[in-house]
Design a binder for this molecule. Structure first.
Ligand SMILES: *[C@@H]1O[C@H](CO)[C@@H](O)[C@H](O)[C@H]1NC(C)=O
Ligand SMILES: *[C@@H]1O[C@H](CO)[C@@H](O)[C@H](O)[C@H]1NC(C)=O
Ligand SMILES: *[C@@H]1O[C@H](CO)[C@@H](O)[C@H](O)[C@H]1NC(C)=O
Ligand SMILES: *[C@@H]1O[C@H](CO)[C@@H](O)[C@H](O)[C@H]1NC(C)=O
Length: 362
């Protein structure tokens, strides 16, 4: 009986605190201690230029295996302590810094109303359940959005790319690697991306060994006085690499079944493999301007300097999957359909090749 009421209480409290979040996009999620955290996001119809944005911090506990369907209604809203509540935001850059038990959020398009954010960089400390502000290392750009914030080894954060959200900054692009140490709250500036590689925005990244890979997204060409080409889609074959140990940049060219160019996709290293997975995204952000759109393959690609795998999944949406979300689904799928057929290919080790294998449902 005691056990029963205990169970009942647990069930009741789960029911009370769990929420089904509204659909949202343009936010980001990250995994910290088996909790998948998601901040803010645009909450209107996908692609609405005038979307309103959220300031909700929610998480999904992925400690145990779950059905994707029931997972949708099992999110928890974080009860933030302290005085600071970050502003509504989307199109920001987010990095998990696990050793300091924190999540950093940088820049973004805020409330999407042309107003600049009060705090351009904030950090959520999971230990205290509170937010604090951190310095903006490139405050001259006024507010950078569409950047990428990636954790490196030792929970150091690597911030790169993006562009100014303010209309009066020229040139608006962020070219330097900015390196954040969460133990001292200090930033150092790393190497700028070489001009011949071009700037990047809307480009996600993955930590692969001790390098950061930037795949896809957009670039621009500009002179001292004007932007000559803007929002150009970066070919997925152009893999931009930042070597953390050497503080140097390199560009490699991928071959094989190169996916169509895309933005708003996710890339992540597949643990214990030599592969980076690329998933989802869309062709461009301009369809509200009546420009032609192309759909992109919703299945993931793996890029690797050794083995390549293509996994065909049944995707419910092609947008905005989190790295960790995907990684978890992959793990679940593997467990559920362990008999999935996989093919892997070998190739020259110095070149990156795109190829695939089919992960078939039986
Ligand atoms: C937040 O507070 C509400 C009301 O006190 C509670 O029901 C809920 O479980 C709390 N959420 C978390 C994640 O602790
Ligand atoms: C967005 O808002 C602006 C200004 O209010 C308006 O001119 C424009 O038509 C709106 N666009 C969409 C897609 O609703
Ligand atoms: C988070 O809070 C804990 C407890 O106050 C503190 O020890 C830790 O240094 C904080 N972490 C960061 C990144 O500020
Ligand atoms: C834009 O810049 C990139 C990188 O510097 C260069 O490869 C490309 O040719 C340029 N495109 C145009 C149209 O100038």
């Amino acid at each position: 009986m005691k056990l029963f009421s205990c169970l009942l209480l647990t069930l009741i409290s789960i029911e009370i605190s769990a929420i089904t979040p509204q659909p949202r996009f343009g936010g980001d999620s990250t995994l910290l201690k088996r909790r998948l955290y998601y901040y803010g996001g645009g909450i209107d119809e996908i692609g609405n230029m005038n979307t309103s944005t959220s300031q909700e911090l929610i998480y999904l506990d992925i400690e145990k295996s779950f059905e994707i369907k029931s997972g949708l209604s099992a999110w928890q809203k974080v009860n933030v302590t302290g005085d600071l509540q970050p502003e509504a935001n989307y199109l920001y850059a987010m990095a998990v810094l696990p050793r300091s038990n924190s999540i950093a959020i940088y820049g973004g398009a805020g409330s999407n109303n042309g107003q600049l954010l009060q705090n351009t960089a904030v950090l959520y400390n999971e230990t205290t359940g509170s937010w604090q502000t951190i310095d903006d290392p490139q405050s001259n750009l006024k507010q950078v959005y569409l950047a990428s914030f990636q954790r490196g080894k030792g929970s150091i954060g690597y911030l790169f790319g993006g562009r100014s959200y303010a209309g009066d900054v020229y040139p608006p692009f962020a070219k330097e690697m900015q390196i954040f140490d969460p133990f001292t709250y200090s930033w150092t500036t790393g190497a700028a991306v070489p001009d011949e590689y071009g700037v990047r925005f809307r480009t996600p990244s993955a930590l692969y060994h001790n390098d950061i890979y930037y795949i896809g997204g957009m670039s621009a060409n500009y002179t001292n006085t004007q932007i000559t080409h803007d929002n150009t889609m970066v070919p997925m074959s152009d893999i931009l690499i930042y070597h953390i140990d050497e503080n140097t940049w390199e560009k490699k060219t991928a071959t094989g079944d190169v996916p169509a160019p895309r933005i708003m996709h996710t890339v992540t290293s597949k643990p214990n493999t030599n592969s980076i997975m690329v998933f989802g995204g869309k062709y461009n952000g301009m369809h509200f301007l009546n420009q032609p759109t192309k759909s992109v393959a919703a299945y993931p690609f793996l890029v690797s300097d050794k083995f390549m795998v293509f996994i065909n999944i049944i995707a419910t949406s092609q947008h905005y999957y989190s790295n960790e979300w995907w990684r978890r689904r992959l793990r679940i799928k593997h467990r559920l359909n362990g008999m999935g057929k996989k093919e892997s290919y070998r190739c020259r080790s110095r070149t990156i090749i795109w190829t695939f294998s089919c992960f078939c449902r039986l």
